[in-house]
Design a binder for this molecule. Sequence first.
Ligand SMILES: Cc1cc2nc3c(=O)[nH]c(=O)nc-3n(C[C@H](O)[C@H](O)[C@H](O)COP(=O)(O)O)c2cc1C
Length: 190
Amino acid sequence: MTKVVWKPGTMVYPLPAVMVSCGAVPREYNIITISWTGTICTDPAMCYISVRPTRHSYPIIKRNGEYVINLSTKSLAYAADWCGVKSGNKFNKFNEMGLTPVPASKVNAPMIGESPVNIECVVKEIIELGSHHMFISEVVAVNADEKYIDQASGLFKLNDAVPICYSHGKYYETGKFIGKFGFSVEKKKK
Ligand SMILES: Cc1cc2nc3c(=O)[nH]c(=O)nc-3n(C[C@H](O)[C@H](O)[C@H](O)COP(=O)(O)O)c2cc1C
């Protein structure tokens, strides 16, 4: 195998393209699309988002110390992209995209009603890395759309909502099932 060596860069893909909603009062409500995000601890449940200080959302999140990570789906892909190229200093993104701000259960920031999962986060630490500042946050509540909870089994069928991912400049829908967690070591059924 022959490899080409590139200079350091961002190459961990695919990633989510979540919509982070913020704002303590309706006039400052905003949505920023974020791919530099992920889970960093199971117990306590913790996530991070990395945000450029130049973003309109940055001082809102920093000041309030609370925000919501809203998962994006195929039907929300257009809005996720739009909220990632337009700034809240010019647009009310909830109105422009026809999204519904819904009060969160624990944090003072709106959730996006149309998203199947809304993760309420409280900022614990901000690490100024360079171009982006990392908001290390504790998850204080997770809201799941009951439409995707299977009545019979009680299981949450997130994949039925068709989550999207962002890979090297392009969006893709998820869907083709390859195997479940641990399938590589599962005993074959006789
Ligand atoms: C798919 C995608 C992922 C993005 N990820 C990030 C990110 O992780 N951090 C960031 O600061 N900006 C990211 N952006 C850019 C912001 O979403 C964009 O600059 C947005 O317009 C900022 O909105 P605001 O000015 O209203 O806060 C991303 C944009 C897209 C389209």
